[in-house]
Each structure stands twice: as C-alpha cells, then as structure tokens.
Design a protein around this ligand. Structure first.
Ligand code: IVH
Length: 693
C-alpha cells in the first residue's frame, strides 16, 4: 500500500508535524499512514501519545476552518448516539451462506460437481480461514466509504455505517479509482480477537455482569450498539474477503489488467487499497488433496491464532469459472466451507451448585456428566446468573449442548427440549447464602444475587484466592485448594495474615513436604516485592481490573496517596469513569481497609507507585530494550542492571524507546529500531559506560 520511499517520507513528515503546526491535508495523510501501520500491519512507528498529539492538532485546525473537513478525515470516525432503530437497507447482491463440508469425501464430491458443471476445465483453488465473526457488507463509491450493513436476512440488513466507521482497520477512503473502480461492494467479517474478547469479559465480570459466550456473539452484539463511542472501545477488527459487485469507471482497469480475474488477485487489490484481508494466510492449490492437507494444518494451529476460526473456505480461484457455475438460492457453487471439528458436545445436566464469589455474588454452576470437548474434559459449567437459567429454560435432568471454544470458558448453548421425558426438575435459586446463611439480596438493576455479609467465609477465602492469584501477587504454589485448607485450619484469616503464616504448623500437614513448605515460604516472601499495580489489583476493589490498577499506581508515590484523591481527582485519570471512581473512593475511605494497608506496608510489601523516585538515577528517565546476545552479560542480568539504575524496560521497539542495546545476531528488533531516528542503538560497552560514568 505504501512504498518504502513513501513510508520514509511520511515518517519524516511525522517528525516535522510533531514539532510544527502543518496544514490539515498533511496531517490527515500522516494520520492515515499511522492508522494503517497500527491497524493493518500491526506495526506502529509512533507511540499512542504521538498519534494523539497529531490528531489533536488536526482537530484544532478543522475546528477553526470547518469547511476544510473531508468525510474521510481521521477525525470523522466519531459519531453521535442513535436513539432510533437501525434503518434496514437492501444489499446490492444477496449475501448468501456457504455449503459445509466435513471430510475429504465432501470436498472431492464438490470438486466432481464443479468438473461436471465446467466440462472439466482446469480449476485452481484458493483456501483461506473461515473467520468466526459477524459478516458485513461495505459499499465504497468514488473512493469513499458510503455504507456499511449487517447481513440481516441476506437480502437486506441494518445500516450500521456509523458503527463501521469506529473500526480502525476499515479505511474511510480507499484508492479504488487506481484500479478503475467507481463503485464496489465488499464482504467480510467483523471480529473481536481472543485477547480483546477476554478483556471485555473481564470488564463485564468486574461489573458483576455475565460474560458473553464467544467472540462471535460479542462482535455481532457490538455492531448493533447504539453508542458509537462504546463500539470503538470494543476494539473490533475487520477482515475483508470477497467482492460482490463492481462498477467500473470510464477509465476502465488500468493499473493491473489481470488483478480482478482471480480471487487471490482481488485479495491483493483489497490489501493494496488498505484493507485487512487473508492475502497472506490464503494459499492457491491445483488439487483437492493439497487443499485438504492445508485444512488439517490450519485445524492443528487454530488455537495459536489470535482470533477464532471455525474452518477453511475453499474458493474457485478463477472469477470467470465462478461466474460460470453461479449460485443456488442458498450458497455459491464456487465455494465451500471445510468445517473444523465442533467444540460442542451433548451431556446431561445433573445438578446445580451455588458458589459465592469474592464480592458476594452468587453464581449457579451446572454439574454435568463429564464430556470431552476439544481435548478437555468438561464437568462443570458456569450458568452466570438466575436470568440465564430462566432465559434458556434449563431443568435438572435436561440433555444440554455444551460448547467450549479455544480459551473461552465452556457454556451451555441450550437444552434439547425434544428429548425431555417429563421427569426434569425446575432449578430452585436459593434465598439464603449457601455458606453463611444470610439472606441474599439483588440490588435494583443488577442481574446477580449477592450475599452482603462481608465476613462471609466464602467471600474471605475468595478474596485471598484473588490476592495470591497469578495476575495479582502471583504467589506460586498457593492455589485455591491450599488457601481454602489454610483458612479452614485457621492458618490464615484475611489478606495480611498470608504474611504471618505459622510454617511449623504447615510442615505438620499431610501433603506438605519440607521442599514445598520452603517453596511456599519463599514465594510469599518474594511477593512482597511485587509492583504496586499488582497489589492494588489484588485488593479486589470492585470494578478495578488490571488496567485501572496500573493507572492508579502510575499516578502515586505510594498507595497512601490514594485516600487523598477526591472523586473528581480520580475521574481525571485515564479511563476512570464515575462508577469506578466511586468504588475506589469508597475503598480508600474505609477505615478497615486503611488498617489493612498499613498492616501490609508494615510487613514489608512494596507500596511505592511509579511516580516515586528510582533507587539510583544514572539511567532514570530513559527506556531500554536488549536484543541479541551480549558479549559478557546475560540478558536478565543486563535488564536488572538497567532497572537498578533507574532505567525502564520496554518489551518492543516503538518511538517510546530511547536505547536499544544490541548484541550478536540481533534480528527484527534492530532492523525496526534503525528505522526510528530517535532511538539510539548502543552495544554492551556503551551501556556499561553509561552506568559507570
Ligand atoms: S466467502 C458469497 N470467505 O461464513 C459467499 N465467507 O458460514 C461469500 N465467512 O456468510 C462468503 N470467513 O459470513 C467467505 N473467508 C471467508 C469467510 C466467510 C467467514 C462467513 C461468511 C459466510 C459464512 C457462512
């Protein structure tokens, strides 16, 4: 899309524009370039804050001269909330489904049918992932994004243009005119990658809401939200894989006369126009045996991909043959989906247990007859809340479909009501806490019943489990079972008590050999050094996830600054809204909590935030990244040295990096750093001199 020369020029312009004002046009050009680097190549050349600086400059200029605003300006993605329903719009061409296949036979059968239809013409096949998201249609006219729509019933969908404009990987304008195209309809899939899906579900859990079942549902739901700003926050991605309609302009196809004759050529054209496509994942084959091999290879690496795929789509590569064989009313004859093994199974719902979470939330958990799904045996499935049991009309004794996709926690898709015998029993939700017996309450507007007794043993144990967990204080070997056991035996009673465990008593317990006691003791001791953001996260403050914990710790000298923050101060911090601010404020204005923090600080836990001064300052204010093999120092020793001298370590090359310390056979990081002028590339000797000077 950009030649090396163009990219170099644009990077130069970027540096100049960061220092000077510039005009609207050049700012737009530069911002579009960086959107492309970030969203399409996943390889940004500037930091988020530099992007924001440029964006704000453009916004200011456009505010002063509104007549200069173009519809494809990077500032024009934001839109206002809808208060009506989406408008239904007809598709230019029906959005069909795909025929499914599950094995070699099905694929060979499809190939034979194609041979019959084409009188055995030579066919090549292009195979690419079948993305598991929500399908969309985009129309561009005169190089501008004109409309985005959902699939709907296939003939008409919802006009979701405003939401589509929130997706960074969808360009607002694209140079289709270079390819002689006046109007084009493109099809593709909107998805949420696994990592963002997980984060989104974590944020739901922090609010006490049930998680979404899978990234597909999350993507489909996101596209139909009424608030475009909320859509933007979901970090959706779009991959485009099909052109359904083209109107040529009077110039005709000039640049690449043959590009639009094959599916693989079309993918290349879309990539050149700035879209994400399967161009690098797809492969073209001469025969079905190789296609099948490709399908198996992909199935084996499906869990390593950043997003969910549920199969491979095999397409006839020649567009002429595609047109020759045409479509049924349901699917094109020139394409077929090879579906991966389902990660669903049926099982029997035996019982429902009610678990008490660390905030007192009561979660119904279905105990099912254990079944293997995608290589894991599933025996317990969370039902999240009472509403879901009612919505799905689940009953004890039901045969149920259970799904487990990749990293996603297993869930019950539905009961098979046609298999009911009449002996199934209603699931009765408890009125009192199953652990402490207090009456449960359901605050207005919430979906979850809660035990509000903060001394409820179940909650105390869950709070400690959260505190010691991997993403919090990361006390290895102190798992759920040990925490529960220690609590029951009176060895721990609350969070601070973790730091005064009587290890002599522990050694007398069954299953605790000297070695494991020693390991536990040192893991607990080491955890005292954990960074403040982990401690804050570990406290289990409602609505405070890892990101908020990092924001809080970044802004304080020590944790004892937080009680000094007013509600307004808290809301000034990045991404902290009213609800989170109130929860943080309440936590740090509760006497018992402050007493607990004092106790933890007294036991030697690190309570210093990122604002506090580093131990020694030779490297303070600078960021470092080590790559390649250094002549004398081991990588982690060098990193430790940098940190001990006040330097900060970065994990990847970006414009935020000050020094790249490169050793022997430094690879892509070095190459990348060489492209960013502001980064100084030094060797081990230079680094040691910096410390000793
Ligand atoms: S081609 C006219 N390619 O799968 C047919 N579809 O189950 C155009 N899908 O409705 C579809 N990845 O939403 C095509 N690489 C891919 C795909 C893909 C996912 C979706 C698409 C389709 C559904 C059928």
């Amino acid at each position: 899309m950009y030649t090396t020369e163009e990219a170099k020029e644009l990077q130069k312009d970027t540096e100049r524009l960061l220092k000077s004002t510039g005009n609207e046009d050049e700012l737009r050009k530069v911002l579009r370039f960086h959107e492309y680097r970030y969203y399409i190549l996943n390889d940004p050349l500037i930091s988020d804050s530099e992007y924001d600086q440029l964006y704000k400059k453009l916004e200011k200029l456009e505010k002063e001269n509104p007549s200069t605003i173009t519809p494809d300006s990077p500032t024009q993605r934001v839109g206002s909330s809808l208060n009506t329903d989406f408008v239904t719009v007809p598709h230019l061409i029906s959005m069909l489904s795909l025929e499914n296949s599950y094995n070699a036979e099905d694929l060979i059968d499809w190939h034979n049918r194609l041979n019959n239809l084409t009188d055995n013409q030579k066919i090549t096949f292009s195979a690419e992932p079948k993305y598991d998201g929500a399908s969309i249609s985009l129309i561009y006219e005169d190089d501008l994004l004109d409309r985005g729509a959902t699939r709907g019933d296939g003939t008409a969908g919802d006009d979701i243009t405003t939401n589509i404009r929130q997706i960074g990987s969808i360009p607002l304008s694209a140079k289709f005119s270079d390819h002689g195209i006046k109007k084009i309809e493109i099809r593709g899939e909107v998805l949420l990658n696994k990592e963002n899906f997980k984060k989104y579900n974590e944020s739901l859990a922090e609010e006490g809401l049930p998680p979404l079942a899978n990234p597909r549902n999350a993507a489909a739901g996101s596209l139909r939200m009424k608030d475009p700003a909320a859509v933007r926050k979901r970090k959706l991605e779009a991959i485009l894989y099909h052109v359904s309609f083209i109107e040529l302009n009077e110039k005709g196809l000039k640049k690449y006369p043959d590009l639009l004759n094959t599916h693989s050529g079309i993918l290349q054209m879309l990539s050149e126009c700035g879209f994400r496509t399967p161009v690098n994942e797809k492969k073209v084959f001469n025969n079905i045996a190789d296609v099948l091999k490709f399908c198996h290879e992909f199935e084996n690496k499906r869990d390593e991909l950043p997003y969910e795929i549920d199969g491979i789509v095999v397409k006839v590569n020649e567009i002429e043959i595609q047109q020759q064989v045409g479509s049924t009313t349901h699917h094109p004859r020139w394409a077929i989906a090879y579906k991966f093994k389902a990660r669903q199974a049926t099982s029997k719902l035996l019982n429902v247990e009610f678990q008490v979470g660390r905030t007192g939330s009561i979660t119904p958990v279905a105990k099912i007859e254990p079944v293997p799904i995608g290589g894991v045996t599933v025996g317990s499935v969370s039902l999240f809340n009472e509403g879901i049991i009612e919505e799905k009309d689940l009953r004890l004794g039901d045969t149920v479909i259970v799904e487990r996709a990749g990293d996603v926690i297993p869930y019950i898709v539905k009961p098979l009501t046609e298999l009911r015998t009449g002996d199934e029993k209603k699931i009765i939700f408890p009125t009192h806490c199953p652990v402490c017996g207090d009456a449960l309450v359901k605050p207005e507007g919430e979906a979850v019943w809660r035990c509000v007794n903060i001394n409820c043993p179940a909650q105390v144990v869950e709070r400690i489990i959260h505190f010691v967990s991997k993403d919090a204080m990361d006390i290895k070997t102190f798992g759920e079972a040990s925490v529960t056991k220690f609590y029951e035996l009176g060895l721990i009673s609350d969070i601070p008590s973790v730091y005064s465990i009587d290890f002599e008593k522990v050694s007398s317990l069954e299953g605790f050999k000297q070695k494991s006691v020693e390991n536990l003791r040192s893991a607990i001791e080491n955890s005292k050094k954990q960074s403040l953001n982990r401690l804050i996260y570990g406290l289990g403050i409602r609505y405070v996830g890892e990101t908020t914990a990092k924001t809080l710790s970044k802004n304080v000298d020590t944790i004892f600054d937080l009680p000094k923050y007013s509600l307004e101060d808290l809301q000034q911090l990045q991404d902290i809204g009213t609800k989170v601010a109130e929860s943080v404020f309440d936590f740090f204005h509760n006497e018992d909590n402050i007493k607990m923090l004092e106790e933890l600080s007294g036991k030697g836990l690190n309570i210093r935030g990122d604002k506090s001064e580093p131990v020694s300052g030779k490297l303070s204010g600078y960021t470092f990244l080590f790559t390649g093999t250094l002549p004398t120092l081991k990588r982690n020793a060098a990193e430790k040295m940098a940190e001990e001298n006040g330097g900060k370590l970065l994990s990847s090359v970006s414009a935020n990096l000050n020094y790249l310390v490169a050793g022997e056979s430094a690879g892509s990081k070095l190459a990348k750093a060489q492209k960013i002028k502001s980064i100084k590339i030094i060797n081990e000797e230079d680094f040691l001199n910096m410390i000793q000077s």
